[in-house]
Design a protein around this ligand. Structure first.
Ligand code: SF4
Length: 409
């Protein structure tokens, strides 16, 4: 008998919201607004404050993965000279551009909007810079960014000042492209909106502390859309207020995302976009809820502060898990495992994203030593399904849940 997963009502609103965002993006030239491409954990607030349409190509990368269009498009980028071993968001997105095919076409939209400026932050990886530089060469537009430190222990004053200076240094080019001066009051207002979005998104994720959890990682990967692409806007806040209220009601009513939840798992690493629904189905059948992840928490920016715009952006975008040292990562995971009453940890080793694959330097064993919680490693990829074995993964997950169930009972 298959266990039933419950749909979240608010999702319909979210789909409408994302649809409007995409439609407005494509109308950039007619609206007279310039378009800035931004990395997903880049200084989006600064771009909103300058009146840009802000487009996040990693979101398009995830759509290419979820629709499985990536499988046919990655080889197109490979043929152009981008290795199959580098980020498969990059290769699927560039393949999509070269072939002129995009999931946006199914929404009757032409495809990603052309950039007037591209703004990266290497806090997550170097690939984003190389990705953006491809388009800068294609369109002869500026590509500017922030080079963040990686493997950071303490995020101290020296680091914050250095990153804040780099963010400030973006302003003259951005003003030139936008054709207006940065209004500091507007920037503070956008940061305040972003901060509120973060608080609500964190609240959404925290509802899964409840046993049984009212939503799972697989729901969160869908629900995180507005936190990624619309943070800094009132629309994102309005949406998360509705979603949070629904989830709190679920908790109050004891409604489970996975009926008969018996095991709780932490997902460390990238989603496998083309297999979300198959994996969600398998976990539901196993009465196991994936209740927390590093990935979905990457859009929680506690440090944003409208009274200290540049330094707080620098702190928020450098405190991220992905650019921290392993000892910080261990502590973070230990806290998450305790907070969400986790029984075991699944590490996704994504072949083309070493930056988000944390199983490669002995971290799983150290976290197990700290917490006593077992782990499993699943080999795969965010977008390139040629690197994923469905059968092997299903078997590994089944065996892992069996092992956990023995520990739980
Ligand atoms: S962090 Fe990984 S998935 Fe994201 S852009 Fe970089 S290499 Fe690609």
């Amino acid at each position: 008998m298959s266990a039933e997963r419950r749909d979240i009502e608010a999702t319909k609103k979210m789909k409408g919201l994302m649809g409007r965002y995409f439609t407005e993006l494509m109308s950039g030239p007619e609206s007279g607004r310039k378009t800035a491409w931004c990395t997903s954990v880049g200084p989006g607030e600064l771009l909103h404050a300058l009146g840009f349409n802000v487009y996040y190509p990693e979101n398009h990368g995830a759509m290419l993965g979820a629709t499985r269009m990536a499988t046919d498009l990655i080889p197109v980028a490979n043929a152009r000279g981008f290795s199959p071993d580098i980020c498969s968001y990059l290769t699927s997105d560039i393949g999509s551009y070269l072939k002129g095919e995009s999931p946006f076409n199914k929404m009757n939209l032409p495809g990603p909007p052309k950039a007037d400026v591209l703004v990266f932050n290497t806090n997550q990886c170097r690939d984003v810079k190389d990705w953006f530089q491809f388009y800068a060469r294609e369109w002869n537009v500026p590509c500017i960014g922030v080079h963040s430190p990686r493997a950071v222990g303490d995020v101290d004053k020296i680091i914050i000042e250095a990153v804040a200076k780099q963010i400030k240094a973006l302003v003259p080019t951005l003003e030139m492209v936008a054709g207006c001066k940065l209004d500091m009051d507007k920037l503070k207002e956008v940061i305040a909106l972003s901060k509120r979005c973060t608080e609500l998104w964190k609240g959404v994720l925290k509802t899964a502390v409840a046993v049984p959890a009212p939503l799972t990682f697989f729901d969160e990967t869908i629900q995180m859309g507005p936190a990624v692409v619309l943070r800094g806007t009132q629309e994102a806040i309005d949406y998360y207020e509705v979603l949070l209220a629904e989830l709190e009601q679920r908790v109050a009513d004891g409604v489970a995302a996975v009926e008969g939840e018996t095991c709780r798992i932490y997902w460390e690493g990238m989603p496998i976009w083309g297999k979300l629904s198959a994996l969600a189905g398998q976990f539901a059948q196993l009465k196991t809820a994936v209740v927390a992840s590093t990935y979905c928490n990457s859009w929680v920016f506690d440090d944003l502060d409208p009274d200290d715009p540049f330094e707080s952006m620098a702190r928020a975008y450098t405190e991220l898990f992905i650019c921290r040292s392993d000892d910080r990562k261990e502590r973070y995971m230990q806290e998450m495992i305790a907070t969400f009453s986790i029984d075991g940890v699944l590490y996704h080793d994504a072949k083309t994203c070493p930056n988000n694959s944390n199983n490669r330097y002995d971290l799983p064993r150290r976290v197990q030593e700290r917490t006593g919680k077992p782990y499993v490693v699943v080999n795969g990829d965010l977008n390139d399904l040629r690197l994923y074995s469905e059968e092997q993964t299903r078997t590994n997950i089944e065996a892992f849940v069996e092992q956990l169930a023995e520990g739980v009972n």
